[in-house]
Design a protein. Sequence first.
Length: 207
Amino acid sequence: MKLLGVYRSPYVRRVAATMNFMGIAFEHEPVPVFDTPDVVRQHNPVVRVPTLVLDDGDALIESFAILDWLDEQAGPAKRLTPASGLPRRAVMKTTAVAIAAIDKTIWAAYEPRFHPKDKVHQPWIEHNEGQAMGGFKWLDGEAAKAGSGWLCGNAMTQADVTAAIGFTFVNLARPKLGVTEACPHLAKLAARLEALPALVACKPPPA
Ligand SMILES: N[C@@H](CCC(=O)N[C@@H](CS)C(=O)NCC(=O)O)C(=O)O
């Protein structure tokens, strides 16, 4: 099994961290999708990462769909999103806030990256940053309630993994946003997660 994409991408990283937590072996091919799109295109018509190329040649795309498949492979004891009921709803909801905050951080970062200087629309950057900050502050409130525990229940879940990876990413991509200062409880949770071998093994390079 081969994971395409760099660990700077929070989407790629949450897939890698999840496989590490589950003890699922994989090969990592750090394809820079914008520089070498053809490598990704062979497996993913939309040319985005993460793309997970399976041993039978099939490929999975979109981190949420990949994580869903990994949960099924891992089985009840190791899955990171509960299979049903209120525990599932809580983890899905919290993970959705985390991934939406990541999405919005990326939208803000892409605006100056992919437009000529005179076409960059600062109000649009601020709009997206405001939404990202809304998500991170909400996660901070949940982290405050969790204290030294986990965001959803008694065990670590996908909500913790995606929230921690999102926190690390926003600080790399939009350091001036001040998420660390605004979200001290989330910062503590992220520091705990980032110290675990599963996340250390897929550390993003410094900005
Ligand atoms: N919703 C997707 C987002 C994936 C995504 O946007 N990946 C970025 C890298 S961080 C990418 O491949 N960008 C290339 C492009 O959009 O052209 C997921 O969760 O996998």
